[in-house]
Design a protein around this ligand. Structure first.
Ligand code: ADP
Length: 421
């Protein structure tokens, strides 16, 4: 059972069942037999005394209805009975053991001699009455318990509402949303937990903002020294050392540019859209990798019109294709770029046949600086910024980007853009 709510309800149902069992055992096996014994004894004694008064049928009827018993007379004065189904004394004498003690609805019989030589047969069923009373008790208990459980169901639902809200907040935070605030409901433990959660989110948000601020500040500060370095390198004699240094400086410049781009996109700046056909952009992105294995193929049968910032979409396609080629294997099939118009929007998929992305990393690769293999090699390069830039660009266009789970081999990135207009 994975829900606390279901567990609480199960505990309550268990307690109700235990209580019912207790009531059944107490009345059925303790109260009822002892009451039956004493009443049977009393009625036995009464029957003998009563028969000594030689009652008539009219007397017997009154007594029978007052005491819930039945009386049959057989003797010199003829025979009568207060209830037709009463057996005859002779039949009962023939089969002794006329009742089962306990709470089963058995009948007790008593045969008493009349002064005129006849016999009076008395019959009663205390256990039957007791069973009726007990059944009524159990039914009312059951009704009360069902009512209590239903009421508790509603109350517990409301009681657990804050927990549900917290659960939702934790899930949103886990999915990378930082603007989470769970409304406080009540002043109980859940209320305090909600406060603690909101404080924690506030702190995490603060820490992430200061990290981003620091990165942006450092990137800004690095731009001028990097430019100076580049100029200084230009003045150096052309040798292998200069080439190595130039490549390092270019790499640093690239990283700084990516960081600043990321920040500009975060602030919602830097996107200028215009009606564009995406198909030529797809072909241009593929053409860049024409001469490098495994190459890229485009399947986009019809024009795909969208309101986009063509430059930024080019950047997204460039990043995705760069990764697709970078993470391809020597025997990989060419990268497939598909574009199609769907009712929900424009769908672009980029599928490669390379090393693939482990399922656990599929969500995280869009976080800045996240790399599946943290060690950077010369071949794979990168700082884990490319996909976070792609995500920001797509979101700024009102679109989405995701990596498909469960690919048997290779990786597939799925992009959605809204239709133009
Ligand atoms: P990087 O510059 O390190 O490639 P990205 O943000 O572009 O940074 O990608 C983040 C991580 O996602 C990469 O380090 C890589 O592990 C993984 N990744 C991205 N694209 C692919 C792909 N096509 N195949 C396999 N892994 C990929």
């Amino acid at each position: 059972m994975r829900s606390v709510f279901a567990k609480v309800v199960a505990i309550m149902v268990g307690m109700a069942a235990a209580l019912m069992l207790l009531v059944i055992v107490f009345f059925g096996f303790i109260v009822s037999p002892s009451l039956n014994r004493s009443f049977d004894g009393l009625l036995d004694a009464y029957a003998r005394t009563y028969s000594a008064t030689s009652p008539t049928l009219a007397d017997a009827r009154r007594t029978a209805s007052a005491l819930h018993i039945d009386i049959r007379y057989e003797g010199p004065r003829g025979g009568w009975t207060t209830r037709a189904s009463m057996p005859h004394a002779a039949d009962l004498r023939a089969r002794p053991g006329n009742g089962v003690p306990g709470f089963l609805p058995h009948r007790q019989y008593e045969i008493a001699s009349a002064p005129d030589g006849g016999t009076y047969l008395f019959g009663w069923s205390l256990a039957g009455h007791a069973l009726e009373a007990h059944t009524a008790l159990l039914v009312s208990l059951l009704i009360v318990m069902i009512a209590v459980i239903l009421a508790a169901h509603v109350v517990i639902q409301r009681l657990l509402d804050p927990l549900r809200a917290l659960n939702d907040g934790v899930a949103r935070l886990g999915a990378g949303e930082l603007d989470v605030h769970v409304p406080r409901a009540g002043h109980d433990e859940f209320g305090r937990l909600t406060d603690a959660f909101n404080q924690m989110v506030e702190r995490v948000r603060g820490m992430i903002h200061s990290r981003d601020r620091l990165l942006v500040d450092v990137s800004h500060e690095l731009r001028s020294p990097l430019t100076r370095l580049k100029v200084a390198l230009e003045l150096q004699p052309d040798d292998a050392q200069r080439a190595g240094l130039s490549s390092d400086v270019a790499e640093m410049e690239h990283m700084v540019a990516e960081l600043l781009e990321l920040e500009r996109l975060r602030a919602g700046q830097g996107i200028v859209t215009a009606p564009t056909d995406l198909v030529p952009l797809l072909h241009a992105a593929a053409a860049r990798w024409r001469d490098r294995a495994p190459g890229a193929r485009v399947v986009a049968p019809a024009p795909l019109a969208a309101d986009v910032d063509a430059e930024k979409i080019r950047l997204v396609l460039r990043n995705l294709l760069e990764n697709a080629v970078k993470y391809s294997l020597p025997d990989s099939a060419p990268v497939q770029i598909r574009g199609e118009r769907r009712d929900e929007g424009i769908l672009i998929t980029i599928t490669d046949d390379g090393v693939g992305i482990p399922p656990a990393d599929v969500e995280r690769i869009f976080e800045p600086f996240y790399r599946v293999d943290p060690s950077r090699s010369k071949r794979t390069g990168g700082y884990g910024l490319g996909l976070s830039i792609c995500k920001r660009v797509m979101e700024a266009h009102g679109g989405t980007i995701s990596a498909e789970r469960g690919m048997p081999r290779g990786a597939r990135f799925v992009l959605w853009l809204p239709h133009s207009g």
